[in-house]
Design a protein around this ligand. Sequence first.
Ligand code: CDP
Ligand code: MG
Length: 737
Amino acid sequence: KGVQDDSIDVTSLDAHPASDQKIWEDSQIRKGKLHTQQTAHSSKYPILFDALDFDLPAKLQGLPHLPQRSFAQQRIAKRKEERERIQEERRSLPMYAHRDALIKAIKQYQVVIVQSETGSGKTTQIPQYLIEEGFGSVVCTQPRRVAAMSVAARVAYEMGVKLGNEVGYSIRFEDCTSDQTVIKYVTDGMLLREFLSEPDLKAYDVILIDEAHERSMSTDIVMGLIKDISRFRGDDVRVIISSATMDTEKFSSYFDDAPIYSVPGRRYDVDIYYTKTPEPDYVEASCVSVLQIHASQPAGDILVFLTGQEEIEAAEEILRERTRGLGSKLGELIIAPIYATLPSEMQAKIFEPTPEGARKVVLATNIAETSVTIPGIVYVIDPGFCKQKSYNAKTGMESLLVVPVSRAGAKQRAGRAGRTQPGKCFRLYTKWSYMNEMEEDTVPELLRTNLSQVVLLLLSLGIDNLIDFDFIDAPPPEALLRSLEHLYALGALNDKGKLTKLGRRMAELPLEPMMAKALLASEKYKCSEEVTVICSMLSVNNAVFYRPKQKKMMADAARAAFARGGGGDHMTLLRCYAQWRDAGFSTQWCYEHFVQTRTMKRARDVYEQLDALLERVEIDRHSVGTGDKVPILKALTAGFFYNACRLQKNGHYRTLKNPHTVRIHPSSCFANAEIRPRWLIYHELVFTTKEFMRQVFEIEGNWLHEAAPHFHKAEDVLEESKRKMPKVLGKAGGKVR
Ligand code: CDP
Ligand code: MG
């Protein structure tokens, strides 16, 4: 049966044992009955004493006398044991049986496609095999930074070396490699940037494009560029394209009929259950399902797919609340979140073995679909949604949307349950929606994204004729055209479509073009220091402030204090960072101001990296301090003028270009403002129930014309000082998930 859904009967739900039905029909937990079912603690202590073995010396007498070993000897023996265990584990992976054949294929062909189930050893093993076989250096791409870091750590551990030496990783703003590094895990975006400094990637003997099935934008572009270099580097380079899904034909034909090497994986049957009616609140429904599985199902960990950090935190809170005090009755429920921006030391929790009697529930984003393998999962809960970037080429608007996953995605998710034993997948949607409302495959990112950054990069690599670039799936021509227009408005291109000096400098910064432009413009406004800080704070996205449940008021007050002085969310972030810096980067300060220390530390790392980059692109460092906000906001406007909008009578905003209504996100400092600024520029749009602007700053209309004279005509952005500013009281905007 397995994950092949075609064989699943709609009525399979009813055909299952009573315990299964319970999960879906008996809503004990929903009604809160489980709380009351707890029995009072009976005094078990005397029995517990019986279990202790007091006669230990007698037992020990029977043991053979062991020769005394020094601590060093013991340590060495222990390490040897550990190494043997690791090698044993490595040999047990499905990939191992095909090791020699695979190496042979790689030696014979320049491009090889490898396909196998998630968890069979593609990412961690193939690079090691290659090094063992005498290849000099291997680079392996990952679409996600978390995966790059965790896999590098795993491989370093397996090889018994320090992470950053022989095995390392490189992700944006963080390089953990050295001269000795022979296996390097990188995000696909980082490899893309490496083409800028080394157009033929000479440093690598083998390039492994991992998770190619995800079809991330950078992976697609990297494949295009690699196809090109593999032609002229000839025998000097080997390319492996790896995929966790079966549809590898496309890759094969793209790479001139490259051979496909399929490794059968270990896979157990997964029973699939659907809900009978659609679930209106899938976070709540997921939590209910987790508790019901915990209460009624045999041992085995649970994996829940949610769309992002906010949902994961909400689910975590619900689960903690409802399991409080249930421990003795049900066994511990260990909650382990994982999402891209979670600090790596906290991610480690998902890989820790679950203690006997306990159950682990991993709350994950799409990251757990294929790129991170979590051992011990038996139950999967799939609400059927993920967060996806979506781009409207007509309006040039990009936003993050929560969208239904594809059937291919749903199958991958279900497959996570059958890795070590037969499993169960609970889909929080109906069989009908699965068949009728979901797409067969996920649309490649390149076809639904703002291409400005990629176009800028390709142009700076000297690829001028984008229409003829060999894309695996070509983006719509209007999206290419849009991004050319956008780059022209930013001043990165001249009217002949050629890169300007500014454009060249923008391409050197690992930032999206708007941010790069703002940073470069900060030179003119003598505030590069402040814009660098803002850029760093924006890059750690939405995780700066926290709001403990019991201290919401105090947390809000602390945050409001940073907003004082005006300007908007960007200035709020700047003041927050500046005060933390003035407090000597103190942890205590963070604690007192309801600011996440870890996030701030990350922002500081990013700041240092960016600061070093400023030197490379020769931006003079200047500071205006946090008091003088006009130059800072003008520099930001120079980059983000495209995202300008104007206040409407109804208290919402209307974008200037491709007019449509947008609202201020409830997390913004302007969300509850009594008087709203007439003009705003947003950093990004998120679509939940409505279209929200997340992180906004206040501007004057005429700055827009100053920043981009041909884009914002003077007459369109005149300050209409005679018109009364509408006064808006209270909140505007809908419920946010
Ligand atoms: O790439 P693929 O999905 O084929 O497999 P992999 O990531 O190389 O994983 C191979 C094995 O290593 C899996 O069974 C994982 O359980 C284990 N692994 C791990 O323990 N810790 C990691 N960070 C990554 C993998
Ligand atoms: Mg992998």
